[in-house]
Design a protein around this ligand. Structure first.
Ligand code: HEC
Length: 121
């Protein structure tokens, strides 16, 4: 047992090398020390309906927004402030950047396509 404990830090640090920046971002997006971003912003950050309810015969919808085109600065700002629906997270700027990089990479195609249509306008 004692020997295993001595090995533990070694195993943990070795583990870090095996997960890439992208995988780390994926992990943080889905499990960010709090409610998963994917629950409200969808698997790729494309946005998603959180709840629908009826109030005074009207259907109301609460949505998590499409965050694929948000800048890193916007993301850092949002994650460091309080909101009505979105929880307050306590992630470091480095962690937020990792999530940002993950979404950028995951949505590479979508983002370059929307960049092209923006150029045409
Ligand atoms: C409980 C649902 C929920 C969760 C979980 C959540 N969000 Fe949000 N998020 C929202 C909603 C709703 C908004 C719209 C603004 C508001 O709530 O004030 C938002 C806004 C944002 C915005 C700003 C978008 C804009 O329009 O400017 C970003 C960026 C963002 N979220 C990123 C994240 C990330 C990254 C995570 C995970 C660490 C996360 N959110 C987790 C619901 C959520």
């Amino acid at each position: 047992m004692k020997r295993l404990l001595l090995l533990l830090p070694l195993l943990l640090s070795a583990n870090e090398d095996f997960i890439s920046h992208y995988e780390y971002g994926e992990m943080l997006y889905n499990n960010p020390r709090g409610v998963s971003c994917a629950q409200c912003h969808g698997a790729n950050g494309e946005g998603k309906v959180i709840v629908k309810y009826r109030e005074a015969k009207e259907t109301k919808v609460i949505k998590g927004s499409d965050i694929r085109q948000k800048s890193l600065a916007q993301m850092v700002h949002t994650l460091n402030s309080f909101h009505e629906i979105m929880p307050r997270y306590y992630l470091t700027d480095e962690e937020v950047k990792t999530i940002y990089d993950y979404l950028q990479k995951k949505n590479e195609k979508y983002l370059s396509a929307s960049q092209e249509t923006a150029d045409e306008k």
